[in-house]
Ligand binder design. Structure first.
Ligand code: HEM
Ligand SMILES: *[C@@H]1O[C@H](CO)[C@@H](O)[C@H](O)[C@H]1NC(C)=O
Ligand SMILES: *[C@@H]1O[C@H](CO)[C@@H](O)[C@H](O)[C@H]1NC(C)=O
Ligand SMILES: *[C@@H]1O[C@H](CO)[C@@H](O)[C@H](O)[C@H]1NC(C)=O
Length: 544
């Protein structure tokens, strides 16, 4: 972990992406295997009991591999869950059932089944099953990501979509993004000729971009960066907590002792988070009061730059007592943006860069396009982005081969429901294996080849980020699909375009490219991508 740039290493996913508890369970299997003989005896008894139970009639559950009692299929899973699920689906079919510890899971691996869950029965499946740490950090799951389908969730999503993700709002905070991208280019320029860790630089850039849009309108300089560092520290500890193996998660009898321990720690982290965010909000409220007085005296000359915090507070003030948005919801909304927006976008750029190193022809074409659209005596602006059709295709192809959320978030039906002829019980965790669907030879020609051109052909232009074609779902589909698509698209493209336009990139001598992936809440590169930049523009002024 580099000290100056990287505050957080590979594991910097966020706690409310914590449905990662599956991989947690897997690590827990190690703990289970060291269990006592007594435990084994209990297992055997339970197994017989459960076998007898299953003899009776009842709903037809999807097929799936046989598991052990209590732990279910956990002992047989491999850490790369997306791959493991894809392999199992070849045996058990596109709808299969797995028992992961206490959780009943169903994995879908076909466009038509995904459509049934995300479109036909969207309302029933538009719920989540937040794990303990995520629930604690979000006051019981009241944020956008973890709320159940209902009026509160709808209200927050509407606020998010209309107040923050609208064209107008995103344009209003363009300068905040621009400032961070210019800063990134400047920083990379100081490292010319030496290898840099792309994932780390991207993570920091995206975190800065997000935090800047949240409250960068007034918060600047040292204060801003110390708050950024502190937030990332809390985030890191939360991930550690969420990912810590603990045997008692398997055995509900023990759980009551342990869960309290985890909950207590999560509460502590939440209180630290509050210590960071509360002063920022209060300071802004004070400023807004002062400004009001200033306006009355007609003496306000302060240049205003609108950030997300400003939108939310103004909305709350405008509605006054009638405001549906509580202060706590406002805070978890800010947390959601940080959690959902940082790791996903930085991973996207890292994968796209890695693929372009593997296919230099693709990088050359992308850079040629930049030369044409932006010009060699200019830097990339967001207004250029819609004209970069080849680069757009590169990002789309990167989302296809390396969807940042390979299993999306789990969807949880509010009542039992029949899908593909099988019953999915209420409360089941339903995963859509987007990763496998994006590599399905029935839907894609040469599925394993990185080929941006496939998104340029006219017949394929129904692959978008809106989830209209169920063979391509990097952002999900339906009412629970990613709420941040407009921003995610802008950020990934803008940062990638700036990297490619201002620098040439190559692997350091003697280093081989490794494209293997590592399953996590966010699908990362197993080994970090390290590349050496050299300047591409001759005008030195463009780097400062
Ligand atoms: C490359 C970047 C991103 C990818 C690939 C991505 C993908 C996804 C996916 C697959 C989901 C779950 C969909 C489902 O369960 O059906 C999701 C949910 C969500 N994303 Fe993103 N996302 C990205 C960036 C962002 C950004 C930048 C933000 C915020 C500014 C954001 C905010 C959210 C929120 C709030 C949800 C929860 C929506 C809900 O439950 O109603 N995402 N995202
Ligand atoms: C927002 O901007 C995009 C592209 O800049 C455009 O396609 C879209 O129609 C706009 N949406 C609204 C609501 O103006
Ligand atoms: C796991 O369990 C032990 C004992 O049951 C407990 O002391 C420990 O704090 C737990 N782990 C976490 C992460 O809380
Ligand atoms: C997705 O788009 C492709 C290419 O246009 C098309 O062949 C396919 O039928 C579409 N799939 C779905 C499920 O709409």
């Amino acid at each position: 972990m580099s000290s100056n740039l990287g505050l957080v290493d590979d594991e910097c996913s966020w706690w409310w992406y914590g449905h990662n508890n599956i991989s947690v369970y897997i690590t827990q299997v190690a703990a289970v295997s060291s269990g006592t003989a007594l435990l084994l005896a209990v297992l055997v008894v339970c197994w017989w009991v459960s076998k007898r139970w299953n003899k009776g009639g009842g709903p037809t559950l999807p097929p799936g591999p046989r598991g052990l009692p209590l732990v279910g299929n956990l002992p047989f899973l491999e850490p790369d869950l997306h791959r493991c699920f894809a392999k199992l689906a070849q045996i058990y079919g596109p709808i299969m059932k797995l028992q992961l510890g206490p959780k009943l899971c169903v994995v879908l691996t076909s466009p038509s089944l995904a459509r049934e869950v995300l479109k036909v029965h969207d309302a029933i499946f538009a719920n989540r099953d937040p794990p303990l740490v995520a629930a604690t950090m979000t006051y019981g799951g009241i944020d956008i990501v973890w709320s159940p389908n209902g009026p509160q969730w709808r209200m927050m999503r509407r606020v998010f979509a209309h107040e923050m993700m609208s064209n107008k709002s995103l344009e209003a905070c363009y300068n905040l993004r621009r400032q961070e991208v210019v800063q990134m280019v400047k920083e990379v320029y100081t490292k010319i000729g030496s290898p840099i860790n792309i994932g780390e630089v991207m993570f920091l850039t995206m975190a800065n971009l997000i935090l800047s849009m949240l409250w960068g309108g007034t918060l600047q300089g040292d204060e801003k960066s110390s708050i950024g560092r502190e937030i990332q520290k809390v985030m890191r500890e939360t991930i550690d907590l969420a990912a810590k193996p603990n045997i008692s998660d398997f055995f509900p009898i023990l759980a009551s002792f342990d869960i309290q321990g985890i909950e207590r720690k999560a509460k502590k982290l939440l209180s630290r988070m509050n210590h960071i965010i509360d002063p920022v909000i209060n300071q802004r409220l004070d400023q807004m009061d002062q400004k009001e007085e200033g306006d009355q005296q007609g003496a306000d000359e302060k240049k205003e730059r609108k950030d997300f915090l400003q939108y939310l507070l103004e909305l709350k003030q405008r509605d006054g007592k009638a405001s549906l948005l509580t202060k706590i919801q406002l805070k978890v909304l800010l947390q959601d943006i940080i959690g959902a927006g940082t790791d996903t976008t930085s991973t996207t750029v890292e994968w796209a860069m890695a693929e372009m190193i593997q296919y230099p022809e693709v990088m050359r074409k992308a850079q040629d396009e930049l030369e044409q659209v932006v010009g060699m005596d200019n830097i990339v602006e967001e207004s250029h982005l819609p004209k970069l059709s080849y680069l757009n295709a590169v990002v789309k192809e990167s989302h296809r081969l390396h969807p940042p959320l390979p299993l999306m978030f789990s969807h949880c039906p509010s009542m039992s429901c029949t899908i593909g002829g099988y019953t999915i019980l209420k409360g089941t965790n339903v995963f859509v294996n987007v990763w496998a669907m994006h590599r399905d030879p029935n839907a894609w020609e040469s599925p394993l080849t990185f080929l941006p051109e496939r998104f340029l052909s006219d017949s394929n232009n129904n692959y978008d980020y809106k989830g209209t074609n169920f063979s391509y779902l990097p952002f999900g589909s339906g009412r629970r699909m990613c709420a941040g698509v407009p921003l995610a698209e802008k950020m990934s493209l803008y940062v990638l375009a700036s990297l490619l336009h201002t620098f040439k990139w190559k692997l350091p001598d003697g280093v081989n490219l490794d494209l293997s992936e590592e399953f996590g809440i966010v699908l990362k590169k197993k080994t970090p991508l390290v590349l050496t930049p050299t300047p591409r523009l001759s005008n030195v002024k463009l780097y400062s």
